[in-house]
Design a binder for this molecule. Structure first.
Ligand code: IMP
Ligand code: MG
Length: 333
């Protein structure tokens, strides 16, 4: 720790929410900073209860963690207020005064745009809201009366926190292959989703980041249009237990097997120092709920070793089930 970035390796939905909620509890995070916007849903399981968080940071399960929305983020106010209520985080939730606002009109523009329809956007209006920000006509959090109780100078809080040795996690959203700069343009989202951009949105200089944890899922999924190497049919995905629907929009996710070359490339560009590998139980059902590496079947161990070897990044966290605590944590071995 002190300052760690969490970045998705592929097209989003790698299980970042689960990894972040585990780290919040286990590493006793002092700060968790949500970047990006409402288009991304981070799933967090707390026992039987499932949350699909579009705005509130996924570390909320730890009641001591200060939760922040980054200066570079985009806030959808009704959804934010709803989630604050749902997660009961009002007293410890801050929104940077300079975060920009997505309005209803942006969602309408998004849904009516032929280009955006072709890309298969989530329809939340993130692209049009960011266009407005670039035009210098966007509303900011400090202009919104309902956000007044939450307004914060998150950039000072985070940097003072880093100076004081606090544990700070910068929560990336979506995946690197959806990056406006580095992804499969034009089939991308409206911002750079990489580790450097996550730090930039939070207002943290690159030399102040200690770890970049790249999150891989044991297979790959994509929602919306655009290339997906190795894509299989829905029937095949169902047969393998890899068929998923989107936590945010409910759309079918397209599936493909793990791509070692892509995993290596995205680790390098993001400067990953560590990796998390989620949903190993989807590849090897005998892994479900395992908490120790020794409890994994040999073929699962071999897969983990292969990912490490071919990406060059140590896998420190392995997801074996949906709950925040269904994790093999290799950091202390
Ligand atoms: P937008 O971000 O809503 O503009 O959508 C642009 C592309 O990114 C579409 O292919 C979406 O499906 C995809 N996308 C945006 N957010 C997420 C996410 O959180 N998970 C997965 N795909 C996403
Ligand atoms: Mg998601």
């Amino acid at each position: 720790m002190p300052c760690t970035v969490i970045v998705g390796a592929f097209w989003g939905d790698e299980g970042k929410g689960k990894i972040i909620s585990y780290l919040a509890l286990k590493d006793k995070l002092d700060f968790c900073v949500r970047t990006g916007s409402v288009n991304a849903a981070h799933t967090v399981w707390d026992g039987e209860k499932r949350y699909a968080l579009h705005m509130v940071p996924a570390a909320f399960l730890n009641e001591k963690t200060r939760l922040l929305i980054a200066a570079g983020a985009n806030v959808q106010v009704p959804r934010f207020l709803e989630e604050v209520e749902l997660t009961k985080v009002k007293g410890r939730m801050g929104v940077d005064q300079n975060a920009s606002i997505i309005e209803e009109k942006h969602a309408i523009q998004d849904k009516n745009s032929a280009v955006n329809k072709g890309i298969g956007t989530t329809g939340w209006g993130v692209g049009p809201a960011l266009e407005e920000r670039v035009r210098r006509t966007a509303k900011l959090a400090k202009d919104i009366p309902e956000l007044r109780p939450y307004l914060a100078d998150s950039v000072s809080e985070i940097n003072d926190g880093i100076d004081a040795g606090k544990r700070v996690l910068l929560e990336g959203t979506q995946g690197f292959m959806l990056s406006l700069y580095h992804g499969s343009y034009p089939y991308v989202t409206g911002r750079d989703t990489g580790a450097s951009a996550i730090a930039s949105e939070a207002g943290v200089g690159p030399t102040r980041v200690d770890e970049v944890i790249i999150v891989y899922k044991s297979f790959i999924t994509r929602v919306g249009a655009g290339p997906l190497p190795g894509e299989m049919t829905k029937d095949e995905a169902l047969k393998r237990g890899w068929f998923e629907t989107a936590a945010g929009t409910g759309r079918d996710r397209r599936s493909a097997p793990f791509d070692f070359d892509l995993a290596r490339k995205t680790a390098k560009i993001n400067g990953a120092t560590q990796a998390a590998l989620t949903k190993l139980d989807s590849l090897f059902p005998a892994c479900i709920g395992a908490k120790r590496f020794g409890a994994l079947p040999d073929e699962a161990k071999e897969f983990v070793a292969e990912v490490e070897k071919r990406t060059g990044v140590p896998i420190v966290l392995i997801g074996t089930g949906p709950d925040a605590l269904d994790i093999i944590d290799l950091r202390k071995l």
